[in-house]
Design a protein around this ligand. Structure first.
Ligand code: SF4
Ligand code: SF4
Ligand code: SF4
Length: 251
């Protein structure tokens, strides 16, 4: 008798949904291969069905930005065996957390409509601020190969891991010339690896879209950005928190 397929669902909160879209770009070979082992029961980018049943793996995209989302997050947690924070918005607050450092963002974006009730939100937080999360896959968007590896690990009962070393390691492994050699700047020194360092290989600096490694040496990063990358202190500070902004009161 064949094994029952693993039930997988995708849910989105405050996000651009780019991480879900990225999955639809996996390509027939990988995607159809995955479908031999998993059954997708909710994924609004590609299907209209939803589920209120138990789920084996729930991939949650987007940040926790309003109290109104807590019951839905808790419902997903209660129904799922494994909850994965899917993409940087869900894993760390992601680029949404930039608003945590501004006070007038609603007026700036929405003008006279800024007071509309559905725009009422608090500081952007990772979903782990609301519910227990078993694993976080960072990336803006997620890396397809890393996603496929992590799903494979879960299906085989292996504990999936995400690297805790900097992008520089992967950059060196693919023999990319360092951006600093071209008078550029780069955050790869402290950015969390796992993406394969595609940005420096394409001639652009790493912006740490996957967040930073645990315990990054941020003073040293700022020093390098200023002394070697030629950035002003203000630009070095704002650049270094583009995808890694946390809470205003942490500064
Ligand atoms: S992590 Fe990036 S690509 Fe993914 S949902 Fe958030 S903003 Fe979009
Ligand atoms: S280009 Fe960036 S990621 Fe690559 S080695 Fe230099 S600092 Fe590190
Ligand atoms: S190289 Fe940096 S910016 Fe590019 S995908 Fe990797 S972590 Fe993100």
């Amino acid at each position: 008798m064949s094994k029952p397929k693993v039930k997988v669902a995708f849910f989105d909160f405050a996000s651009c949904e780019g991480c879900q879209i990225e999955l639809t770009n996996l390509g027939d070979t990988v995607f159809l291969g995955l479908l031999e082992h998993i059954e997708i029961v909710e994924f609004r980018e590609v299907m209209k069905e939803t589920t209120s049943q138990r789920i084996d793996i729930a991939f949650i995209e987007g940040s926790f930005t309003r109290e109104a989302d807590r019951p839905r997050l808790e419902s997903i947690r209660a129904r799922a065996n494994v909850v994965v924070a899917y993409g940087s918005c869900a894993a760390t607050g992601g680029i949404n957390a930039l608003k945590n450092h501004q006070t007038d963002y609603r007026e700036f974006v929405y003008g006279k409509d800024a007071e509309m009730p559905h725009l009422d939100s608090f500081q952007a937080q990772p979903i782990s601020a609301a519910i227990q999360v078993d694993l976080a896959i960072p990336g803006c968007p997620i890396d397809q190969a890393e996603f496929a590896r992590i799903v494979s690990d879960v299906l085989h009962g292996k504990a999936p891991t995400v690297p805790n070393y900097p992008v520089c390691v992967e950059c060196k492994l693919r023999e990319t010339v360092c951006r600093y050699q071209s008078g550029d700047h780069c955050l790869g020194l402290v950015a969390r690896a796992g993406c394969g360092a595609p940005c420096p290989a394409d001639g652009v600096p790493c912006e740490a879209c996957r967040g930073m490694v645990d315990s990054p040496n941020q003073p040293a990063l700022l020093q390098v950005l200023m002394e070697k990358g030629g950035l002003s202190q203000l630009r070095a500070e704002t650049k270094s928190r583009l995808w890694t902004a946390r809470f205003r009161n942490e500064e």
